[in-house]
Write a protein that binds this ligand. Sequence first.
Ligand code: DAH
Length: 339
Amino acid sequence: MIEKIQSLKAEIEGLTASSAAEVEALRIKYLSKKGEVSLLFNDFRNVPADQKRQVGQELNILKNLATERINALREALENADDAADDIDLTRTPAPVALGTRHPLSLVREQIISIFSRLGFTVAEGPEIEDDWHVFSALNFAADHPARDMQDTFFIQRNPDVLLRTHTSSVQTRVMEHSQPPIRIICPGRVYRNEAVSARAHCFFHQVEALYIDKNVSFADLKQTLLYFSREMFGPDTRIRLRPSYFPFTEPSAEMDISCNLCGGKGCSFCKHTGWVEILGCGMVDPNVLEACGIDSKVYSGFALGMGIERITNLKYQVNDLRLFSENDVRFLEEFTSAH
Ligand code: DAH
């Protein structure tokens, strides 16, 4: 018995633990009801009477030793934990790199917000379209060059499945399913079969606006354009309309704004004209209304379409279209402070 006690003492003195769970395992192994030390106490009754005093003393010493050793191990671990509490929680953390909004998204949101103040709501349509929604319903003649392979991406050589070349297709979709009053703005991506360069891209973004009701006139269009231009480019902005041609509007116009860099005095940006072109517009051609099931004798409307890249270039002087889709963070980070 004494020998057993001595060997256990040596064992207990050498105990180590690296986690609270290990300490607990040791406590169970030695000190629980069925632990090694406790079992020795159970054997105590078999010790001959003349040895009881000595063995009893030794057993008590062993039990104290085990208790102290295990408590010491536990405390040592808890103190190590306390060291973690010394971390300075008030210290400023390492900066987290926050993403920025893409300049095209910023400008798109701004355009939507301006038009929504005039009561326009957002409408969207598919990027994969058919000929009717993109061309035929919009009064494009069968031999119009925009339908040509050179401009339009066709899918699976099927001339009736194509990537939309303009967001005017969303006009068609809304008009064929609803009756006036219609007041929508349609932002979206469009595709054209162009060689990629600083000035042209095979995909870009447009916003289309359409307003159809009774008695909508060219004056309404003009006032909307002026309001939009001043909200977008500042209160001193002037606009001018030049006659133009689009199959889906009659009359049609292109709109210039006074150059927002030189204020109209003339600079290299506006090629010393004082004006920069920003969008196409016009009164919706009655043929388009009729093709979409709207009575052109009762209703009239205007439409306009602009390139988001173009507006962004004017606002932020980005002069290479490729920057918008390269996702170079050095470029994107320049817009961190833009709202
Ligand atoms: N769809 C034309 C384009 O892609 C832009 C446009 C011009 C839209 C005149 C219109 C408009 O709604 O009235 O170039």
